[in-house]
Design a protein around this ligand. Structure first.
Ligand code: SAH
Length: 217
């Protein structure tokens, strides 16, 4: 394994241990770590940032947007507890990196992006690198993807003040959703939402985070 990737994985492991008191996950599933090792983050960051591709920090991808830091990508993925047969919805395709990691662990990933040029470049990047089980769409993620609902898991990679109702509706009973919620519009908490077999939901704030805003238009 490439030394940069090895270092990235070690940082993720270390950060997982340091935040376990909040997240409840001192280490991530082996299959999540393998997916992090297999997806080359350098393929998803702009040329100018290649030398930083494996540092544990978010990076600019244009249009005022960012690719999330590897630890957060691994944490959100781990918290979804994906099974190989799952169908997952992602809101906020951005670079396509998170979608690629999910694609290693689930049957099909549906990813929505509201900035058309980001959506187009992510879709072609995913295709070019062989992530054929990711479907991309240019639309407003607040509305989810009703034609493909319900989903076993939903991940939102931009922050909103509350859970978009359509997303809650499109989550299967027994399903899990992970998203950053901005309390008072200010402080974001990575929040895990679970829906039980009766359709009742439970919400658990886990960790302070910083994401770009989810824009409703
Ligand atoms: N998951 C991405 C990081 C995304 S950054 C990655 O791995 O690179 C958040 C993204 O959410 C941005 O690209 C932003 O344009 C997008 N976004 C913001 N509001 C949105 C909305 N309402 N619907 C869909 N995408 C949205």
């Amino acid at each position: 394994m490439n030394a940069d990737i090895k270092r990235m994985l070690e940082t993720i492991r270390q950060e997982a241990r340091l935040t376990a008191v909040y997240t409840g996950r001192a280490q991530f599933a082996d299959k999540v770590m393998s997916a992090m090792a297999e997806v080359n983050r350098a393929d998803f960051v702009p040329q100018v940032a290649h030398s930083q591709a494996f540092t544990n920090s978010p990076l600019a991808i244009g249009y005022g947007q960012t690719i999330s830091q590897p630890f957060i990508v691994a944490l959100m993925t781990d918290l979804l507890d994906l099974s190989p047969d799952d169908r997952v919805l992602e809101v906020g395709t951005g670079s396509g990196y998170q979608a690629a990691v999910l694609a290693k662990l689930a049957r099909q990933v549906y990813s929505i992006e509201r900035i058309e040029s980001l959506q187009e470049s992510a879709a072609s990047r995913l295709n070019q690198h062989g992530f054929y089980n990711v479907s991309c769409r240019h639309s407003n993620g607040y509305e989810g993807w009703p034609e493909q609902a319900p989903f076993d898991a939903i991940i939102v990679t931009a922050a909103s003040a509350s859970v978009p109702p359509a997303l809650l509706e499109q989550l299967k009973p027994g399903g899990r959703m992970i998203l950053p919620l901005a309390e008072n519009g200010l402080y974001q908490q990575l929040t895990l939402i679970t829906k039980n077999a009766q359709g009742e939901t439970e919400s658990k704030p886990l960790l302070a985070v910083s994401f770009v805003p989810l824009i409703d238009d």
